[in-house]
Design a protein around this ligand. Structure first.
Ligand code: ADP
Ligand code: MG
Length: 350
């Protein structure tokens, strides 16, 4: 019966705290891409370029033409819980993808990170680098506009995590999935995804900025394919302050896997059991058991009626009234599908 020895409590240093946070925020290269692209979107970018090499393990780079970071604020961007997006007074009043101030310090703690930025109106660009938690000085750099964040040797500081990564091919696929999902969330923004593993760069995905009123349809064609759009019906429904819009495929265009189901809450891509459950319920009786509906659905609501501060990767949300969200999806889709001639045999309560 060996009792653990008592040891003094001590405060971990920043590098250790950031590595721990990174464990939750950055699971794989694709999660780093998600954080960096979200930052670019939050900065009001109209074009975002994503480059990677070796499934993102060797290199990840996200370049945007957004408002940039001021020279004096570059060290702050790398410090934990430092953000320009909220003032901390109301965690239910969030209008940006980011708000935790954790992504950049986390990434800087587990790899070699550099941020080059030229703030809007500034006459030149500056750069700061951090290598596995050790930040360097702010230095003059060359960049015409916006921000370029580069991450090399991801997880060098956490070999355990490195070991759990899958093949370059699988990691690259996960990166492409994240980019396509965010591209769907922001049809007005142009995206290019380039694989720089080999001698010649290879364009993996490209979506041009869409400005027309049917921007979503345009973008859905690029992301989900012409077939999806040709077989989809527009959705527009409302319930108690929650609005549901987007495109949902007819049951005749179902998929063998649940990959074609994209859900957004206030433009944030979410993976949510409640919402996917509602989507399945809406198609109940219209689809064989092993088929999945394809859809790109957007719930828009007052930020106050949904809590996004649930999960470090911000992939989950909590509605103040989950029943309303569920009912909106089930009845909104049912009505649209019925109007298109696809009526369910049984009635399931909304
Ligand atoms: P958060 O996004 O939660 O604020 P991050 O660690 O991702 O936290 O970023 C910290 C801060 O750095 C942001 O609040 C923002 O001010 C700035 N920043 C990060 N990326 C960019 C970017 N691409 N363009 C402009 N500012 C950025
Ligand atoms: Mg962020």
């Amino acid at each position: 019966n060996i009792r653990p020895q008592r040891r003094p409590i001590r405060q971990l240093d920043d590098a250790a705290a950031n590595r721990i946070a990174a464990g939750e925020v950055v699971e794989r290269p694709a999660s780093a891409v998600k954080e960096l692209v979200e930052n670019a979107l939050d900065a009001g970018a109209s074009r975002i370029a994503i480059d990677y090499a070796d499934g993102g393990k060797r290199l990840l780079r996200v370049t945007d033409d957004g408002h940039g970071i001021a020279e004096a604020e570059l060290p702050l961007a790398l410090s934990r819980h430092a953000t320009s997006k909220i003032d901390g007074s109301d965690l239910l009043d969030i209008h940006s993808f980011g708000f935790r101030g954790e992504a950049l310090p986390s990434l800087g703690a587990v790899g070699r990170l550099s941020i080059t930025s030229r703030a809007l109106g500034a006459s030149s660009a500056f750069e700061i680098a951090v290598d596995c938690g050790k930040p360097g000085p702010v230095r003059p750099a060359a960049l015409r506009r916006g921000t370029a964040v580069e991450l090399r040797e991801l997880f060098r500081a956490t070999p355990a995590r490195l070991k759990f990564l899958r093949t370059d091919r699988a990691e690259a696929q996960a990166i492409a999935e994240v980019v396509r999902r965010l591209a769907l969330a922001a049809p007005q923004v142009g995206f290019t995804l380039t694989d720089r593993s080999g001698d010649k760069p290879r364009e993996v995905f490209r979506a041009d900025p869409a400005t027309s009123p049917d921007a979503l349809e345009h973008r859905a064609r690029e992301v989900l394919g012409r077939d999806f759009v040709a077989n989809a019906i527009p959705i527009d429904a409302e319930r108690e302050g929650l609005r549901l819009t987007g495109l949902a495929a007819l049951p005749t265009y179902s998929r063998g896997a649940a990959v074609a189901c994209h859900l957004f809450v206030n433009d944030r891509p979410v993976r949510d059991k409640l919402l996917t459950g509602a989507l399945r319920a809406a198609y109940h009786d219209l689809l064989p058991r092993d088929r999945h509906p394809a859809a790109a659905l957007f719930i828009t609501c007052d930020p106050q009626s949904v809590d996004v501060n649930v999960h470090p990767a911000k992939a989950e949300v909590r509605f103040r009234d989950p029943g309303v969200a569920r009912g909106l999806i089930v009845s909104g889709l049912r009505h649209a599908l019925a109007a298109a001639g696809h009526r369910t045999a049984t009635t399931i309560s909304d």
